[in-house]
Design a protein around this ligand. Structure first.
Ligand code: ZN
Length: 61
């Protein structure tokens, strides 16, 4: 399974998240930071080549 680096919106540390398959995107999942354990939302989307990217944002933003 491939992963993608995201930056935690709370502690600004970077960590890798597992990517869903392209046909499951776009989607958003709740995720807990692997560094500070604070919750965040991670948005996944894919381009026309089936390349999946991920972005993290804080809850309530
Ligand atoms: Zn964090």
């Amino acid at each position: 399974m491939s992963t993608h680096p995201v930056t935690c919106p709370t502690c600004f540390e970077e960590f890798e998240v597992p990517l869903p398959s392209p046909d499951e995107t776009p989607c958003e999942v709740d995720y807990d930071c692997e560094v500070c354990c604070r919750p965040m939302l991670i948005a996944f989307d894919s381009d026309e080549d089936g390349e999946v990217s991920a972005w993290a944002r804080g809850l309530g933003e």
